[in-house]
Design a protein around this ligand. Structure first.
Ligand SMILES: [Zn+2]
Length: 818
């Protein structure tokens, strides 16, 4: 094939793997328009997609090389060749190889839009390494191939036996299939596709009715098999995808197999998938599974599976969705929390979960034809997903919190590096979410300047969008059919421009401003705005050059959350168009934002700042800043206020950020007046892997809610039962002190940290540590301050030495010294 033919062949929807093979067979009623047919020229997405191509993809490949992920395939291939000298150490995690698959997928998407012979050749080289690491029968899992006798402890000594726990054998192949389909459709080459088919055939021969059973411990294989089915036409792959979904659930296990010790909720096996209603467990696993369910429902017409997906979605958007579109409130198990449990500073909101949210919501739209799924997709896309990557494309967030005291920063790479790879594969496919078709009708789902060529049964149509969206709500669409003819254009009227920010009562607009309703004009003349499923349909005879103009007002809106969300009580968030805003430290007085009170009714303005953060709209106004004085009294100061789009926070260094701002003085968190403690430096004996534990949390001057409060603490986990740990303050200057108060961290019921078995207090005298002179008991009360008063000393440092309870770790919430 020529390059142009390849592009044409790829002009089916890569994101779903739709291809000629699947034409004429049952599938989604609505078909997305491939990103290869949509060329964005806007100032919002186009630069981010280009940065992904020129920066994120090369740096992710480099990290895969530097961290030995590429070498895993070389080592496995050497073992298969009979080389006895191979380094047999297992990878850090058995799923490390998927990071390479994901970046190959991203590179393939990128290649299908922008020719890059050097990248193409590099990917060919990687594919040769992957192919060489595949065992003769199709098994591909370097963890075991490198050392079949003692693979990684998660992998078990036999194939598949720990799949339902943590081996990730099927997960790895799922990412292989996704990469292979993308590479084939993008380049026309079969190299990686043939590796995938060989592996998929092994799965088909191994699993199924009358054969072995299992369900993937980490989902993705299900949706990946549907892609492989679409590209190859092999019914067996679709049947296996359905089998893996149907088999999931509680029940007896074959001898030697086990489930994840975190429990069946963790990987959504607590119920049969068609019986599920509440999103639970590991959020990324969940949304990958729901995406697979939508695919299987679309292709097989399975109504029970379709209904389950809709139930789960309703539950999610009613009680478990962040305003930013992120999901997965809890870092413990990277999981959904309880309904309405949506803490801000500790919000987990893994970047991968946002990517999965958009996979799933897009599929639900294609299945159901309702724009409410696109409303959620857009919310995640512009906010909680895009926040996952820095403006320069070089650093990534794993969790995406909605509040920070300066403890958060994006990183280049992670031990578990799922998120960077997911960003690299998602970004090039963004234009593929903009349009769709059903029969001879077009859906305009998202808005950005650019041009799309859309194939309809009645002939191709070009749509040119001219707009400054998301900064402005006027969208001018020039519609150019090949010849004048009648067809329908369905324009999404975004949910944020209708009554509520989300299609539930989880978040509501609270301001009393009157907003002009959305309007549509054709060649300047108003057309009726009858809306069905969130779309306004303009069904008419279109002539080349007709202009359809959508006009959406974009005032700054105040958003309140359902009062059942404790974390947002007496707080307000700001939204304008699809963009959720955050106040960040560089833009507000004294570098603080958690002390800001934004009173209701205070007018807020908005302006575009081309000089800031590559050009963003900002919100400005007046607020009140709270500060403690030396006597501990709160001072109120009128001050200017500014907020930036949430997605671009943390591009200017570490500091405070908040999406949910205080509406009342009581909800604000003014920084404590500097004390001997808050100006001290802190150090601790650190556990192995304790890098990144932020001990400063315990001298931030903030009152813990309880010993179990997970907002800002320090612990020695995973160290347990140790009798010689320490933590110490070094004061800015010699200080005279006589009281220490400690609030212990203890997560009984949730984790393995308890108040210590014993402890004592020492101060620095010259170069020696001397126990303080006290008659007080060294208290270990939970949910209380434990004060020790001692004979005053003038010293430069104070230290706690502690012994843990047997079998438990220890930690502190807060430490005060006077
Ligand atoms: Zn991730």
């Amino acid at each position: 094939m020529t390059g142009r033919q390849i592009i044409a062949a790829a002009s089916v929807t890569l994101a779903l793997g739709l291809s000629a093979q699947s034409q004429g067979k049952p599938d989604y009623l609505i078909k997305p328009v491939a990103f290869t047919a949509v060329h964005l020229t806007d100032d919002f997405w186009a630069p981010r997609i280009e940065i992904n191509r020129t920066s994120s993809i090369p740096s992710a490949f480099l990290q895969c090389e530097l961290t030995g992920r590429v070498a895993l395939f070389d080592r496995a291939a050497a073992v298969l060749r009979g080389d006895g000298t191979v380094d047999k150490r297992p990878p850090g995690y058995p799923f490390d190889e998927t990071d390479l698959y994901k970046v190959i997928e991203g590179a393939a998407y990128s290649l299908s839009v922008t020719a890059d012979p050097k990248l193409d050749a590099y990917v060919d080289g990687l594919i040769a390494k992957i192919a060489a690491a595949q065992e003769p029968d199709g098994y591909l899992y370097t963890t075991r191939t490198i050392d079949p006798k003692s693979p990684h402890r998660w992998a078990g000594t036999e194939r598949w036996v720990l799949e339902r726990d943590d081996s990730h054998e099927l997960y790895n192949l799922g990412h292989l299939f996704e990469a292979a389909v993308a590479h084939h459709l993008a380049t026309g080459k079969r190299t990686l596709l043939d590796v995938a088919i060989k592996a998929a055939d092994l799965l088909v021969n191994t699993f199924g009715p009358g054969k072995r059973t299992t369900w993937p411990g980490h989902q993705i294989t299900e949706m990946a098999l549907v892609k492989l089915y679409r590209v190859t036409g092999q019914q067996a792959y679709l049947d296996l995808a359905r089998f893996l979904l149907d088999e999931r659930g509680p029940g007896p296990l074959p001898p030697g197999e086990r489930v994840n010790p975190r429990g069946l909720n963790y990987n959504q096996a607590h119920l049969k998938v068609i019986e599920q209603s509440e999103p639970v467990g590991h959020a990324v696993r969940a949304v990958y599974m729901y995406s697979g369910m939508a695919d299987v429902a679309a292709v097989t017409g399975d109504q029970a599976m379709r209904a389950a997906g809709k139930r789960i979605w309703d539950y999610l958007i009613t009680s478990k969705l962040y305003l930013t579109g992120g999901i997965g409130a809890s870092g413990s198990g990277e999981a959904f929390g309880q309904p309405y449990e949506l803490p801000n500073m500790t919000a987990y909101n893994e970047t991968c979960a946002s990517v999965g949210m958009d996979f799933w919501n897009h599929r639900l739209f294609l299945l159901e034809g309702d724009a409410k799924y696109l409303d959620v997709m857009e919310r995640t896309l512009y906010n909680g997903l895009l926040s996952g990557v820095s403006l320069d494309g070089k650093t990534f967030f794993y969790p995406n919190p909605l509040e920070s005291n300066g403890q958060h920063a994006r990183q280049e790479w992670f031990g578990v590096a799922c998120c960077p790879g997911n960003i690299t594969r998602f970004m090039p496919s963004v234009p593929g979410y903009f349009y769709a078709t059903r029969g001879d009708a077009v859906f305009v789902n998202l808005f950005a300047r650019g041009s799309a060529t859309i194939d309809l049964p009645g002939g191709p149509v070009t749509i040119d969008q001219d707009t400054r969206y998301p900064w402005d709500g006027v969208v001018k669409m020039t519609i150019t059919p090949q010849r004048a003819r009648r067809f329908a254009v369905n324009v999404r009227i975004p949910g944020w421009a209708r009554e509520q920010p989300v299609p539930s009562n989880l978040y509501v607009y609270t301001d009393e401003i009157s907003v002009p309703p959305p309007s549509l004009r054709v060649n300047g003349s108003p057309v009726p705005m009858t809306q069905v499923n969130g779309f306004a349909t303009v069904d008419r005879t279109w002539t080349a050059g007709d202009v359809l103009t959508l006009d959406l007002s974009m005032p700054v809106r105040r958003v309140a959350s359902n009062p059942q969300v404790m974390a947002n009580r007496d707080r307000v968030a700001l939204q304008r168009g699809p963009i959720v805003f955050a106040a960040e430290w560089p833009d507000n007085p004294n570098g603080k934002v958690r002390n800001i009170v934004l009173p209701s009714g205070e007018p807020l303005g908005s302006e575009f700042r081309p000089d800031l953060l590559n050009g963003v709209q900002v919100i400005t106004g007046r607020a009140v800043g709270l500060a403690f004085d030396a006597k501990g009294a709160v001072q109120r100061t009128a001050q200017p206020f500014m907020a930036i789009p949430y997605a671009v926070w943390a591009n200017r260094g570490r500091g405070q950020m908040a999406v949910w701002l205080a509406r009342t003085d009581a909800a604000a968190r003014p920084t404590p007046f500097p004390t001997v403690v808050t100006t001290a430096t802190i150090a601790a004996s650190l556990p192995p892997g304790g890098r990144g534990k932020n001990a400063r949390n315990i001298i931030d001057g903030e009152e813990p809610a309880s010993s179990a409060d997970s907002t800002a603490y320090f612990d020695w986990w995973p160290v347990q039962g140790s009798d010689n740990e320490w933590i110490q303050l070094t004061f800015a200057k010699p200080s005279t002190i006589s009281t220490s108060e400690i609030y212990w961290f203890d997560d009984t019921g949730r984790g393995g940290v308890r108040v210590p078995a014993s402890w004592r207090l020492l101060y620095k005298s010259g170069t020696n540590w001397v126990t303080v002179d006290t008659r007080d008991a060294y208290g270990v009360a939970r949910n209380a301050w434990n004060a020790v008063t001692f004979t005053p000393v003038t010293t430069t440092a104070l230290r706690i030495e502690l012994g843990m309870q047997q079998g438990f770790s220890a930690g502190l919430q807060e430490w005060k010294v006077k």
